[in-house]
Design a protein around this ligand. Structure first.
Ligand code: GLU
Length: 324
């Protein structure tokens, strides 16, 4: 080999070494955004804030929670769908943004199955229908009787149009032949504030955000959607028990990114979240709110989203549910 080709070879291999060193830079090298598509005070926000600190520790970079509320979670979810697939823009994947809203709302600006990369499901969460203490019914039978007697008197608050609370309540109305008007908020936080203040008599929410108000008597639980009675609310029946099994589905809170996220990044985040959830302190903070830790693989989470979306599409079609 002559001197010139030797030098060329060295330069090439140095370049290659340099490029691969650059390429192999460990993710993440800067703070990661975690978009919460609802207001502070709701379950999405609660779960994001529980996981962000241990996740920051696992990843060695800050995980910064950002609330982008509006349109039943669609605004924040659309922002993640449009983000660069580099692992620095992640979102909390909820049943509302991936399944119920896409199932009932024909104007969703993303495809829940094609525009995201599912990473991990953090927790499954019961839902609860609750009333203000001044509401003239304190249990399920009395609630049904009151709504039948006064079909135009009441309204119910939810985390937004097309959210799981909205869809489940419309399903409940359809199955139980009830009438009650919907009032959408930008998340459970503001919906709960108005329910506790008595501005709206009924609220349909996820358990973690509603539970503190139920515990101190500012809201009265009527019925829950959960596989079994919730340990914290032993006297409250499930929708299944009252004969309305289709309304008995739970919510979920996971992490996803835009489509095309590199596999190495997906695995890094999945592992970091699962390790965070092994910490007994983190686990118990999630479980104390009535949630169940899931911590599954990206593929299991993807399948779950496909399944939930399909179930809600069928529910919307069978019950002929619409947004208005
Ligand atoms: N109900 C919403 C959901 O399941 C969450 C509402 C909120 O976090 O404010 O996705």
């Amino acid at each position: 080999m002559n001197r010139l080709s030797f030098l060329k070879l060295c330069t090439l291999s140095l370049c290659a070494a340099g490029a691969s060193a650059l390429y192999a830079q460990p993710y993440p090298t800067k703070p990661v955004r975690l978009v919460v598509p609802f207001s502070p005070g709701g379950t999405t926000d609660i779960v994001a804030r529980v996981i962000s600190a241990p996740l920051s520790k696992e990843l060695g970079q800050s995980v910064v929670v950002e609330n982008k509320a509006g349109a039943g979670g669609v605004l924040g979810a659309a922002e993640i769908a449009r983000a660069n697939p580099d692992g620095y823009a992640l979102g909390v994947a909820t049943v509302s943004t991936t399944a119920t809203n896409p199932a009932i709302n024909p104007k969703i600006p993303y495809d829940p199955l094609k525009d995201f990369t599912p990473i991990v499901n953090i927790a499954a969460t019961p839902n609860v229908l609750a009333v203000h203490p001044s509401f003239p019914a304190k249990n399920y039978q009395a609630f049904i009787a009151e709504l039948k007697k006064n079909p135009t008197r009441y309204s119910y608050g939810t985390a937004g149009t097309g959210s799981i609370g909205h869809l489940q309540m419309e399903l409940f109305k359809s199955l139980a032949h009830l009438s009650i008007m919907h009032v959408p908020y930008k998340g459970s936080g503001p919906a709960l504030n108005d329910a506790v203040a008595g501005q709206v008599g009924v609220v349909f929410d996820n358990l973690p955000s509603a539970l503190p108000f139920i515990k101190d008597g500012r809201l009265i639980p009527i019925v829950v959607s959960a596989p079994e009675r919730v340990a914290q609310l032993p006297n409250v029946p499930t929708f299944k028990e009252v004969g309305l099994e289709p309304a008995n589905r739970m919510a979920f809170y996971g992490v996803y990114g835009p489509k095309g996220l590199p596999q190495a990044v997906v695995e890094r985040i999945n592992l970091a979240v699962r390790k965070s959830l092994q910490d007994p302190g983190v686990r118990s903070r999630i479980e104390a709110t009535g949630s169940m830790v899931v911590a599954n693989t990206p593929e299991q989470f993807r399948q779950q989203i496909v399944q939930e979306y399909d179930i809600y599409k069928r529910t919307v079609a069978v019950q002929k549910l619409t947004l208005d």
